[in-house]
Design a binder for this molecule. Structure first.
Ligand SMILES: NC(=O)c1ccc[n+]([C@@H]2O[C@H](COP(=O)([O-])OP(=O)(O)OC[C@H]3O[C@@H](n4cnc5c(N)ncnc54)[C@H](O)[C@@H]3O)[C@@H](O)[C@H]2O)c1
Length: 247
């Protein structure tokens, strides 16, 4: 019970990584507020939490909307009194195309969700999170290596890494830790379309472990960063990519 008596918010909690983390957190004793733009999927995550004896609730939130993000924080405090953990995880991928072919609208959509959404999550939770609290932002290895054909995605995820360091530096004195995770290819809905392409056999084995990751393998790292086991780690980005960046 590594998160006993802790209250955690998970954005993008209806999706693969968010759901796996929500279930993991609940098993470790946390009360989990599952947030997502997609109500049905978020409610299903809460249903799964309750089925396994955990405690949680769903709050529909568009992470690009400041009023809704502020309400997510306020409603969580109303329901559970405190907030100890934010997993700032909602995100979308870019359509694959070379940089000059990316329209301003496409660029802004991805940046709004992946970068501004993470900013808004931290903006509204930092003044309210408990001392000793932990924020984990979802970046990507694309934000480290600058992946070809996904300019907006790569740039937005690099920003998440920078925002993580800024917040960690500003809030360290209050003993609030802020870290990021940078997953490689993980088996969620986000990679469904890639699976249909002929480059999938190469893409899915292009790392030291020769396979893609499972959402639960990401959840384990998030749990470590959320718990007191990582009490002297802040401003860091943990890479969870089966060794993709090493080959
Ligand atoms: N799957 C991968 O290979 C991979 C790799 C690196 C990073 N990531 C990142 O992991 C995070 C989780 O993605 P996933 O792989 O679980 O994919 P997913 O598509 O299953 O989950 C993403 C969730 O975010 C939600 N969402 C999208 N826009 C939102 C918004 N404006 N407000 C609130 N919720 C919103 C979606 O409804 C969805 O439930 C994302 O930030 C993604 O960029 C994924």
């Amino acid at each position: 019970m590594r998160l006993e008596n802790k209250v955690a918010i998970i954005t993008g909690g209806g999706g693969g990584i968010g759901r796996a983390t929500a279930l993991r957190f609940a098993k470790e004793g946390a009360q989990v507020v599952v947030s997502d733009l997609q109500e049905e999927k978020g409610v299903e995550t809460v249903h799964l939490i309750k089925e396994t004896g955990g405690d949680g609730l769903f709050i529909k939130t568009d992470m690009t909307n400041p009023t809704e993000v502020e309400a997510l924080i306020e409603e969580t405090i109303k329901a559970y009194e405190k907030i100890h953990i934010l997993f700032n995880n909602a995100g979308v991928s870019s359509l694959e195309k070379k940089l000059p072919n990316v329209s301003l609208e496409e660029w802004q959509k991805v940046v709004d969700i992946n970068m501004t959404g993470v900013f808004l999550g931290m903006k509204y939770v930092l003044p309210k999170i408990q001392k000793g609290g932990s924020i984990i932002n979802t970046a990507s290895i694309a934000g480290i290596k600058g992946q070809k054909l996904v300019a907006a995605y790569s740039a937005s995820k690099a920003s998440v890494i920078a925002l993580t360091k800024t917040a960690a530096t500003e809030y360290g004195r209050k003993n609030i830790r802020v870290n990021a995770i940078a997953p490689g290819i993980i088996d969620t809905e986000m990679v469904t379309d890639w699976k249909k392409t002929d480059k999938w056999p190469i893409l899915s084995t292009a790392n030291a472990l020769r396979r893609i990751g499972k959402p639960n393998e990401v959840a384990n790292a998030v749990l470590f960063l959320a718990s007191d086991e990582s009490s002297f780690i802040t401003g860091e980005t943990i890479i969870i990519d089966g060794g993709t960046l090493n080959i």
